[in-house]
Design a protein around this ligand. Structure first.
Ligand code: HMH
Length: 208
């Protein structure tokens, strides 16, 4: 029986929960998040998305041609997302030319290291990273402004559909993967869950 994305979610429910349920998100829903904590997340997430875009490009570079449509659409969406991040930062007078927090550095280093793994591992990781935000921003329920705009970016129905297609793409790749590669995909899923949890927490730990 080949590994599937749903199986990963079923096998590691607690780890996935810590990746997608966090006080940061609940405080965005209620409006209680401190603007400075939110800004820390915003700047660091921009820096993350820059590196995630590079990961998407490497994924395209190893993908079978059948997967090009979805990955090219994903890259086009990332173009819009990077512009949007710059808009959100400039509204808040935030400097995006900032140093990465150690947590962001670790996550970006991990994404870079995935280049050395087989496509099945990379595509599963790509799905998990997008699903974390899709579920994380949706789960608290309707958020107060200005955070509703952020919740909607990753929680909207089109993004949910995109993540489902990424899941099918990953499942397809996993289907023909060896046991060792499936194991590697499973370890990657768990690593991403921990990195996502740490990324939420970073907003509270950053200095000033
Ligand atoms: C930390 N994980 C993190 N940031 C994001 N923007 C996403 C996932 C979704 O792209």
């Amino acid at each position: 029986m080949p590994l599937t994305c749903q199986q990963l979610l079923r096998t590691h429910p607690l780890e996935w929960r810590t990746a997608t349920v966090h006080p940061f998100l609940n405080q965005c829903r209620s409006g209680e998040i401190h603007p400075q904590q939110f800004s820390t997340w915003l700047v660091q997430d921009y820096l993350f998305v820059v590196e995630f875009t590079r990961m998407a490009a490497r994924l395209l570079a190893t993908a079978p041609v059948e997967d090009f449509d979805l990955l090219l659409a994903g890259l086009a969406a990332l173009k819009t997302e990077l512009i949007w991040f710059r808009d959100k930062a400039s509204e808040r007078h935030l400097n995006l030319d900032a140093a990465k927090h150690p947590t962001c550095t670790e996550y970006c280093g991990y994404m870079a290291s995935l280049a050395l793994t087989p496509y099945a591992v990379q595509t599963t990781a790509f799905w998990a990273i997008e699903l974390a935000y899709n579920q994380g921003w949706q789960q608290p329920g309707a958020m107060v402004p200005p955070y509703d705009e952020f919740a909607n970016r990753w929680g909207n129905p089109d993004f949910t559909d995109y993540v489902k297609l990424l899941e099918q793409q990953a499942d397809n790749a996993l289907q023909s993967a060896s046991n060792a590669v499936q194991q590697q995909a499973s370890e990657s899923f768990r690593r991403i869950a921990r990195l996502e949890k740490d990324f939420w927490q970073m907003a509270y730990s950053a200095e000033d």
